[in-house]
Ligand binder design. Sequence first.
Ligand code: DC
Length: 216
Amino acid sequence: MKTVRIVAIDGPAGAGKSTIARMLAERIGLMYLDTGAMYRALTVVAQDRGIDLGDESQMVALLDSSSIFVGKSEVVINEEDVTTRIRSQEVTLGVSTVATLPGVRARLRDLQRKWAERIGGGVVEGRDIATVVFPEACLKVFLTASPSERARRRVEQIGGDLLEVEAAITLRDQRDMSRADGPLKPAEGAVVIDTTGLSVENVVATMADLYRKNCG
Ligand code: DC
């Protein structure tokens, strides 16, 4: 594989990954890829078709016959724009089942690597990006924040009951951290940044500095 310049960002839900990755990408002049959006888009189509989200062979067949596009501001699967639908509660609840399937993970990782190779690098964000997809990234960051802070941010963004959101976040973290394939954890050599109480600008500036030092 030819060398590509990758900033790999992992971390739990609500740690600020998307906002920070998007802003960092603009600042350092790289493209940005939200890999969670790929898992979510597949979940939307599976739910539409009534496919059992835990049925690996059906889910793999669905993925193999689908085309997924994750752009700067839109997510399209099989020519349907699902940018809004992928954020629904139904999808958010279902997606962590889809994310446990090794066959799905292997194919999505492949697409993520191809994306980076095609455009020569990027800021890529997810759960297994620095650990599995791009262990050779020039900068690996694990972004985290306390569960209550992450719930507060989610409620601010999309509403809901604070305690319920916190319980849902904790459950999703447990599922993401305990799955056998690509569990959520800081990669070897990753810089861990706890964003609790930090401004987005502060975190982006810190990461842009690290990028210049590590990837220059
Ligand atoms: O970041 P997000 O909330 O959009 O992620 C949606 C789900 O997909 C979440 O349960 C974790 C999973 N995911 C994953 O397992 N690996 C990735 N690289 C990205 C997301």
